[in-house]
Design a protein around this ligand. Structure first.
Ligand code: KIV
Ligand code: ZN
Length: 510
């Protein structure tokens, strides 16, 4: 019999810390619902004290989710713990995750505190969290570079104070699998009260070892892994949920534990996170990349056709591939549209937003014969985005001719006022961006521009991602349309709206 390994998803918190990946409250709720459907055990919904918007988002997730535990991050500070406690108050099952750095370099250079002061603050914070919940996680930040004797002391004290999960973060992705596993083993062996808590691994991917380190931790006694969809996260990202879950499921001959995850929703979750954050999944990414189950070499294809297991160790269908069945078409009615989106975890807060999304669906059905779940998700992401925009695209006309410069004429509504401009340059997208920029008073730098198809075929929706940098702030914008110049304009406007709606947010780790 396999033991249970807890899956703690931090896409909405550590994943969101990736530059430009910030999510709105509604987007977080949509992602949380698919995580719940996947049977993720714990959803870290955010860092409640970061801003009023972050607090509201954690609260909304806590209220929307019934089956998973919902968690808020908090530094080891009273004000953070109180805010986190307030945000998770209405959860069916709520957790507070408090942390403080324990490596010499972090204590000395960042916190400017002695180890004894750090220990006292950790104990105080865990005790304070017990006012709000008895599900408390404590993380010694940068544990991967901390002194093991000090880790033993602070973890023993945190468990005595009430911590029920002890998370060991390799914050900077410095560890190597056998070494990280050994750290977990030693901690569990040496800490006298270690049997009173679940040990957890939280790995970053700076050396490409996050999944390996997490598996090594689990082989050495950790019973919770912290991860994100698509491995989203700061720098090189976090442990990828899909990789860790499928490694364990596929190699049950090696692992004597398994997760509760319903893997069939993995691909849908991956696509949702990618379309909301604008972080495109690379084609050769394990499990969820477009090529993950594609066979190019003739010899492989031949082998797979004769007997699938010759070259495939997993079934594509088990993680949601090939399930993008045709769902709706031109003649589908409003109720069928609403019902299908309900199945995808999307609810409308008013008749007006439903009508708006349905009008867009009809528009799309006129241009595109087959409509898949991915199309519906992209359409809803766009509708929800537009609701909060101050700049809106009214019309776009582009003229392109081989060998000639391209002209774009754009009309926008900016704060309700209609404006028009045109530009002529060597490319249609470039001309469109120039025309848009001439109507706003900022000059952001374009850091990334990418186009991907949402489904197959030349009539597919094209999804454009744009990343802009302005005065140190990085934002991502997305746009979808069957015409990729229009998608580009929408993505650019989406990003500009985010630049303009500047919100002060605290980062938990600086
Ligand atoms: O990487 C890290 O150390 C973290 C902590 C806040 C757990 O994300
Ligand atoms: Zn982290």
């Amino acid at each position: 019999m396999s033991e249970k390994l807890i899956i703690f998803d931090t896409t909405l918190r550590d994943g969101e810390q990736s530059p430009g990946a910030s999510m709105t409250k509604d987007e977080k709720v949509r992602i949380a619902k698919i995580l719940e459907k996947m049977r993720v055990d714990v959803i870290e919904a955010g860092f409640a004290i970061a801003s009023p918007g972050d607090f509201e988002a954690v609260k909304a997730v806590a209220e929307a989710i019934k089956d998973s535990t919902v968690c808020s991050l908090a530094r080891a500070l009273d004000k953070d713990i109180d805010r986190a406690g307030e945000a998770i108050k209405n959860a069916n099952s709520g957790r507070i995750h408090t942390f403080i750095a324990t490596s010499d370099i972090h204590m000395k250079m960042k916190l400017k505190m002695t180890p004894d002061e750090v220990l006292t603050q950790a104990i105080h914070s865990v005790k304070r969290a017990t006012k709000y919940t008895n599900d408390i996680e404590f993380s010694p930040e940068d544990a991967g570079r901390s002194d093991i004797d000090f880790l033993c002391r602070i973890i023993e004290a945190a468990i005595d104070a009430g911590a029920t999960t002890i998370n060991i973060p390799d914050t900077v992705g410095y560890n190597i699998p056998h070494q990280f596993g050994e750290t977990i083993r030693q901690l569990i062996e040496r800490i006298p009260n270690s049997d009173k808590a679940i040990f957890s691994a939280h790995c970053h991917n700076d050396l490409g070892l996050a999944v390996s380190n997490s598996l090594s931790a689990a082989l050495n006694g950790a019973r919770q892994i912290e991860c994100t969809i698509n491995g989203l996260g700061e720098r090189a990202g976090n442990t990828s949920l899909e990789e860790v879950v499928m490694a364990i499921r596929t190699r049950q001959d090696v692992f004597n534990f398994d997760t509760n995850i319903n893997a069939e929703h993995i691909l849908a979750a991956s696509r949702l996170v990618s379309s909301i954050t604008g972080f495109v999944v690379q084609p050769n990414k394990a499990i969820v990349g477009a090529n993950a189950f594609a066979h190019e070499a003739g010899i492989h294809q031949d082998g797979v056709l004769k007997h699938r297991e010759t070259y495939e160790i997993m079934c594509a269908e088990d993680v949601g591939w090939n399930s993008n069945k045709l769902v709706l078409g031109k003649h589908s009615g409003r109720n069928a549209f609403k019902a299908r989106l309900g199945e995808l975890g999307v609810e409308f807060d008013s008749e007006a937003t439903l009508n708006d999304a349905f009008a867009k669906f009809k528009d799309l059905a006129d241009k595109k014969h087959d409509i898949f779940d991915e199309d519906l998700q992209a359409l809803v992401t766009e509708t929800q985005t537009e609701a909060t925009e101050v700049i809106r695209l009214l019309s776009l006309k582009v003229c392109t001719e081989t060998g000639e410069e391209n002209t774009a004429e754009v009309s926008l509504s900016i704060n309700g006022e209609e404006k028009s401009a045109s530009a002529k340059t060597s490319g249609a997208v470039d001309a469109t961006f120039h025309a848009i920029l001439s109507m706003v008073n900022i000059e952001p730098t374009l850091q990334l521009y990418s186009v991907t198809n949402v489904t197959q075929g030349t009539d597919a929706l094209g999804e454009v991602n744009v990343r802009l940098e302005h005065e140190g702030k990085i934002v991502n914008g997305q746009g979808v349309d069957t015409d990729i110049i229009t998608s580009s304009a929408k993505a650019y406007i989406h990003a500009l709206n985010k630049v303009m709606a500047h919100v002060e947010r605290a980062h938990p780790q600086v």
